[in-house]
Design a protein around this ligand. Structure first.
Ligand code: FAD
Length: 171
């Protein structure tokens, strides 16, 4: 990372989620939006399934496309997971909770790492499947499959003031 760069703090810091809560949201979320530097300098924010293994985020994708070209050209990305979005019409607001991970993405080139990571993803989305069942799917999709790994450099979570108040009351 650029030595002189530091990620900016949250203005409404009281709404900032504790770090462990951010990790819990990453653990339980089913999708998020990966933001990368896309064609022509336009940000490309693309929804993706993912798995969080406690340290890193893993994604699967095709071996070509806008997203892959983007991360090959610039490995700096962010990934946002929305945990709550409860619209409250009378208050013209939403009771939200979300996490943003900034970091670097790399394409997995090693077959063993590719298999290990697709198994993590498969186990998250179909935990009841047998290893046999899972492996047949993986083998059938192996050739066109590409795995990406996002190593976090900065993780923040934020929630609506109302949710923050409720959380404090529960303590
Ligand atoms: C909840 C959810 C989970 C998903 N999970 C995965 C996943 O785990 N792996 C995966 O590979 N894909 C997943 N997708 C599909 C993903 O969003 C992309 O469509 C896909 O990855 C292809 O991306 P690409 O950049 O290679 O597409 P390309 O076809 O190369 O993109 C070309 C253009 O198509 C448009 N485009 C592409 N995708 C979308 C989109 N989703 N919505 C609107 N416009 C789009 C954009 O304008 C883009 O510039 C998921 C989508 C959703 C909504």
């Amino acid at each position: 990372m650029n030595e002189s760069f530091s990620f900016r703090p949250m203005r409404r810091f009281k709404q900032q989620l504790p770090h462990q809560e951010c990790l819990d949201i990453l653990e339980k979320g089913s999708s998020g939006v990966l933001a990368c530097l896309g064609d022509g300098g336009y940000p490309y924010a693309v929804p993706l399934s993912y798995v969080w293994d406690g340290e890193k985020l893993w994604f699967h994708c095709a071996r070509s496309g806008h997203k892959l070209d983007a991360v090959r050209a610039c490995d700096k990305v962010s990934f946002c997971v929305v945990d709550a979005d409860d619209v409250v019409p009378d208050e013209y607001t939403t009771y939200f909770r979300s996490v943003i991970v900034f970091g670097r993405v790399r394409e997995i080139t090693d077959d063993a790492e590719k298999r290990e990571s697709i198994i993590k993803l498969a186990e998250k989305y179909n935990p009841a499947a047998s290893a046999d069942y899972r492996d047949k799917f993986i083998d059938a999709e192996w050739a066109p499959l590409c795995m990406l790994c996002l190593t976090p450099e900065h993780i923040t979570g934020k929630e609506a003031r109302e949710l923050m108040v409720k959380r404090k009351e529960r303590r």
